[in-house]
Design a protein around this ligand. Structure first.
Ligand SMILES: C[S@@+](CC[C@H](N)C(=O)[O-])C[C@H]1O[C@@H](n2cnc3c(N)ncnc32)[C@H](O)[C@@H]1O
Length: 310
């Protein structure tokens, strides 16, 4: 792929090792991006191996078509990984997949291209949709959202302490202005913070929160994890890279809860009768060297689990 530089894959070697690749196996990359992980996964597969990739983003899938066309082992799906169960039904894959990986969040091209509207440091239209083929843009949503809902989103998805003040300013601003650019939004948020404020850019949490809401990222994650679990074969690996604590908490609890929910209450854990996820290692963080080379890796956290039978 000539465009791999557009997005530097995070925790690449660790992810590949975590997948414990069987060369003839069937794998799913739920977040193709620019194919950094997928390309290396394909390298490790034999002609009998299969890789099915998802991405919500039309541009990501277009790139995949361009660079991987002709590789019979690869199947592309312009879809959310939250629809993995549909794949299972269509292709009879329940209990047959050797590994599912998710590298959550946004890709560097999404952040770097101003017109995508994800970045507060690049002025562009307030879009923030991963899938530009449909759905409401951030500008459209901000034009009608009720204050109470906006506060909830900023708090729940951004952990923003000034959620009430920022929501009030946005609502006030839109009564006399059209809120349509990333710069306008970043400026509104900045005006809520004291000039003495020191920390990440004040708009970081607001942009994260709105992006998560617009793309239903946490709902998709919960559904995707459930589907991945059903698709995995016994011995199959679930490998997830997350970039903030909200995602990581969901992944951590999901892995823990499969064990609890699949254990009949009247039986001790050792008499569990249905498959569950067993955590394979502690949380893996990028090395200092990786963070130095790729600052976007800094917040990456990798969790690895294996589907096991008691
Ligand atoms: C961090 S990037 C993945 C980068 C990729 N691993 C690489 O090395 O090039 C995340 C990608 O996942 C996609 N994405 C996020 N949530 C998704 C979802 N629910 N379903 C499908 N794709 C999703 C985004 O559009 C983005 O392209």
């Amino acid at each position: 792929m000539s465009d791999t530089k557009a997005h530097v894959p995070v925790l690449l070697a660790e992810t590949l090792a975590a997948l414990n690749i069987n060369a003839d196996g069937c794998y799913i990359d739920g977040t193709f991006g620019r194919g950094g992980h997928s390309a290396r996964l394909l390298d490790a597969l034999s002609p009998q191996g299969r890789l099915i990739v998802f991405d919500k983003d039309t541009a990501a899938i277009e790139e995949a078509k361009q660079y991987f066309s002709g590789d019979q082992r690869l199947q592309l799906r312009h879809d959310s990984f939250a629809n993995m169960a549909r794949l299972g039904t269509e292709q009879d894959l329940f209990g047959k997949v050797d590994g599912v990986m998710l590298d959550l969040g946004v890709s560097s091209p999404q952040l770097d291209e101003a017109e995508r509207g994800f970045s507060f440091s690049r002025n562009g239209p307030l879009d923030m949709r991963m899938n530009t083929a449909g759905g409401e843009t951030a500008a459209e949503w901000l034009a009608h959202v009720e204050k109470v809902e906006l506060v909830r989103v900023l708090r729940d998805f951004g952990e923003e302490k000034l959620a009430k003040m920022i929501a009030a300013k946005i609502i006030q601003y839109r009564t006399d202005n059209v809120l349509e650019t990333t710069q306008q939004l970043a400026e509104i948020v900045r005006s809520c913070y004291s000039p003495q404020y020191k920390g990440v850019h004040p708009a970081t949490r607001t942009f994260q929160a709105i992006r998560i809401h617009i793309n239903q990222e946490l709902d998709d994650l919960v559904q995707g994890l459930n589907d991945a679990f059903e698709l995995l074969a016994i011995g199959g690996r679930l490998v997830v890279i997350s970039f903030h604590s909200l995602e990581d908490r969901i992944v951590k609890r999901f892995i823990r809860d499969t064990q609890v929910s699949h254990t009949p209450k009247h039986l001790p854990v050792i008499e569990q009768t249905t498959p569950y996820l067993k955590s394979v290692s502690k949380l893996v963080r990028p090395s200092d060297a990786e963070c130095e080379e790729n600052p976007r890796a800094r917040s990456g956290r990798l969790r690895i689990a294996e589907k096991v039978m008691p």
